[in-house]
Design a protein around this ligand. Structure first.
Ligand SMILES: Nc1ncnc2c1ncn2[C@@H]1O[C@H](COP(=O)(O)OP(=O)(O)OP(=O)(O)O)[C@@H](O)[C@H]1O
Ligand SMILES: [Mg+2]
Length: 299
């Protein structure tokens, strides 16, 4: 019924055109597909939007990831740049001293060494400072090299401390510093002797340098479960909470130590930290200004 009425409708619309006789096998059907097309278009739009969204998310993620991955490299490069600037600056000072004193010497060619001794002494100071700085820089680079390390051997801590303190005795006497050791004489530690001695020397040298006149220094060694705690404490001005986070940075000197500007580079503790790391240990610091400062090596 319906087919017949559809055919009749066609004949009415297309009557001016010669149409073949419509039979149930060759009739045409027109279907309204607008809704489907709209749906397909909507789907296309959604897919396109999702595609751009994905692209933006991927770009953002890769951007964030690249920042995260390159940050340590950037930090290391910045650290190295700062290190080179500081080292060059520290080298420039003794070089300027030597150059200016040499020029003064040249002005008075007829004078004797005796009369020019002041300028020569200044030059000697510059040479000593340069050689001390290059030794420190060399020590730092040597610690960073994994090869060239001494062997782990059982060492007697008491005798190592006695050995190291010997050359510091005269400076302690000059400042009238009381020194005491609190440890068992037979205490043995399995470590690298040279590196460990260098570490103790740096900390003891600081202790002597920064202890006040008539002050005190104490070394105590305690074995706790599997770790050995070696603490070096001293009296004196100490380190403020503001300075504490930076004292292990290379070339960092606390303001109060300006009095020691001629004998300091601010490299000692950064070397000590590197050595402790290479010995798989930890270096901790505690300071109560004007009371006591303690550096503890945990191995
Ligand atoms: N035992 C200590 N008591 C008080 N202050 C200390 C002590 N050890 C270190 N400091 C402070 O920490 C700073 C950094 O010490 P570090 O040994 O790195 O450098 P430095 O002694 O100034 O120079 P360098 O060791 O290169 O000659 C010092 O300038 C000093 O102010
Ligand atoms: Mg020092």
């Amino acid at each position: 019924m319906e087919t017949r009425s559809t055919v009749a409708a066609f004949e009415r619309v297309f009557s001016p055109i010669e149409l073949p006789e419509l039979t149930p096998t060759n009739y045409l059907v027109f279907v309204d597909t607008t809704a489907i097309f709209n749906e397909i278009k909507q789907l296309q739009r959604t897919l396109l939007n999702s595609f751009w969204l994905m692209i933006i998310v991927v770009l953002l993620l890769s951007f964030l990831l690249s920042i995260l991955l390159t940050r340590p490299i950037k930090n290391a490069m910045e650290k190295q740049r700062r290190f080179i600037t500081d080292a060059s600056h520290e080298l420039k000072t003794p070089l300027t001293i030597m150059k200016s004193n040499y020029e003064v010497l040249l002005l008075e060619k007829e004078e004797t060494i005796q009369t020019q001794i002041e300028w020569l002494e200044n030059m000697k100071f510059g040479i000593e400072r340069m050689s001390s700085l290059t030794n420190n820089l060399l020590a730092l680079s040597q610690i960073e090299q994994t090869s060239n390390k001494s062997q782990y051997l059982p060492i007697n801590v008491h005798s190592i401390v006695q050995e190291i303190i010997l050359p510091l005795n005269s400076r302690m006497n000059e400042k009238n510093i009381r020194f005491c050791i609190d440890m068992k004489s037979g205490l043995v530690l399995n470590t690298q002797k040279e590196e460990f001695s260098q570490l103790l020397l740096i900390l003891l040298d600081n202790a002597v340098k920064y202890t006040n006149f008539d002050g005190w220094i104490e070394i105590s060694v305690k074995k706790m479960t599997r770790k050995t705690h070696i603490s070096i404490s001293n009296s004196g001005a100490g380190i403020t909470a503001n300075d504490l986070p930076f004292i292990f940075d290379r070339f960092y000197r606390v303001d109060a130590s300006r009095t020691y500007a001629n004998e300091s580079f601010g490299l000692g503790l950064s070397i000590a930290k590197e050595i402790t790391g290479s010995l798989n240990g930890k270096l901790k610091v505690y300071s109560k200004p004007d009371e006591k400062t303690t550096f503890t090596i945990i191995l």
